[in-house]
Design a binder for this molecule. Structure first.
Ligand code: AMP
Length: 452
């Protein structure tokens, strides 16, 4: 099937051609004709499947006739995070380059002045995070009574973030005659309830079973201990051909700490989490997209759904508490048909989270075992351990890939030369399993195959 078979106009087809997409992805093939028929839609699709274009393209087509009135946007896209909202906005710019549509982006942490000016002129598309939208509505800056198309993107994430009451409130402010599109990677009961309440006879399209990882991601696990985690990560980055990677931590303080530690080890690494000021978040994300940062150390909220093309790796420094987050995290690589690799560091106390991930995915995940790896040193190794062993030992493999992950203009920074804090005995005993133990850098604690 071609894009021209979907009912999109010439301007859009030209914009798509300019970008270089040749064929619609399955969600686009299924969803676009339904949206163009003005039907309500539930799209069960993960990020990375092309789902954003599956609603932005037909929306642009439908909005191309008619005009927006001052402070009365004609369509609304609700996204859970600022970054996702910005990304949806970028999609509108990209696909709508031959249309004269006004877009306003309302996200927290940024000045509202410019956005209000756009709203005053009349916005065809309003893209917003729920909190900021309600804030502006309550101040009387905006009317939602002209909204004809409502999109709720990443609905399950909205649920995780506690936004459902806000969403319900926003929907109650929008005319009932609207068209509603709801996208979600998974369909928990609360989201099912939401769609039953607010969607009218919706068509359901699904492109992959809920919460299944993309086939293009080779995902694996590796055993570690709280003390060895950082070193195992470093060795993994060294031995893999890392072009760029997301490194996930469960906690914001660990994002900062691990980012700092990786920089000290000479890597091009920067943190991204929800406590950072918005301008810094935007700047960091842009630098990562531009290839100026190689390792983006981040929390779930900051990274969920971020579309950075061509990311080679994902490292889960911490196993996510929520199994569905695992699928989302590893989905940051292997996007749009490209292949990617994901590694998760697992410790003994992650057992129940790992079991939940396996259950959700319904499949075994190849795991490099510490025991097997240790045995590899005594010749009774398993296949994978011996492979790992040859890959990770020796000067050449130690140095070459490292150079590859050093960012542009970032040789071993002066920071890298700083002495590391003296190891403290028993530090692991108090170590929070999910936090970075700053002092745990003892080569002797490593599995044999990871020792130099
Ligand atoms: P999404 O699932 O919306 O986050 O999109 C994932 C990625 O797929 C983005 O980088 C899009 O630019 C890309 N993409 C969307 N549609 C297509 C297509 N038809 N062909 C190739 N890439 C696409």
């Amino acid at each position: 099937m071609n894009f021209s078979d979907l009912g999109l106009g010439d301007e859009l087809l030209k914009a798509i051609e300019d970008i270089g997409y040749t064929t619609p992805t399955p969600i686009q093939e299924k969803a676009i004709p339904i949206v163009l028929m003005a039907r309500d839609l539930i799209g069960l699709a993960q990020t990375g499947t092309g789902k954003t274009a599956s609603f932005t393209l037909p929306m642009i087509e439908m909005l191309s006739s008619g005009r927006a009135r001052s402070r009365m946007p004609r369509s609304l896209v609700l996204a859970p995070t600022r970054e996702l909202a910005a990304q949806v906005g970028e999609n509108f710019d990209l696909y709508g380059k031959y249309h004269k549509l006004n877009k306003a982006l309302l996200v927290g942490g940024e000045s509202m002045g410019d956005q209000i000016k756009i709203l005053e002129k009349g916005a065809d598309v309003l893209i917003a995070t729920p909190g900021r939208l309600l804030d502006l509505f309550e101040r009387g800056q905006i009317l939602l009574s002209d909204i004809k198309i409502l999109v709720i993107d990443e609905a399950d994430r909205m649920l995780d973030m506690g936004f459902i009451p806000d969403i319900e409130k926003i929907i109650s402010l929008i005319p009932i005659t609207r068209q509603t599109l709801l996208f979600s990677a998974t369909m928990p009961d609360e989201i099912k309830g939401l769609s039953e309440k607010f969607l009218s006879n919706p068509k359901m399209v699904s492109v992959a079973p809920p919460a299944s990882p993309a086939k293009t991601v080779d995902h694996r696990m590796i055993e570690a201990t709280p003390r060895t985690k950082k070193t195992v990560l470093k060795k993994l980055i060294d031995r893999e051909e890392v072009k760029n990677a997301f490194v996930f931590c469960n906690r914001k303080k660990d994002v900062d700490m691990l980012g700092k530690w990786l920089r000290e080890k000479g890597f091009s690494a920067e943190p991204l989490h929800g406590d950072m000021v918005q301008s810094k978040r935007t700047e960091t994300l842009q630098a990562f997209k531009d290839g100026k940062i190689v390792l983006l150390v981040c929390s779930d909220v900051a990274a969920r759904g971020l579309d950075v093309s061509g990311v080679s790796h994902v490292f889960n420094f911490d196993v996510p508490f929520n199994a569905e987050d695992y699928v989302h995290r590893i989905g940051r690589t292997g996007r749009a048909g490209q292949s990617g690799k994901a590694w998760s560091l697992i410790t003994e106390s992650d057992e129940k989270f790992v079991a939940a991930i396996r259950k959700l995915i319904g499949d075994e995940i190849p795991t490099e075992k510490v025991e097997a790896a240790s045995k590899s040193a005594s010749k009774s190794d398993s296949k994978s351990a011996s492979k790992t062993s040859t890959k990770t030992t020796g000067e050449q493999t130690e140095k070459k890939p490292r150079a590859r992950v050093l960012g542009p203009g970032k040789s071993s920074s002066p920071k890298a030369a700083q002495p590391r804090p003296a190891p403290q005995r028993n530090s692991s005993r108090n170590a929070d399993n999910d936090s970075v133990d700053e002092n745990a850098f003892d080569e002797n604690n490593l599995p044999a195959f990871l020792r130099k």
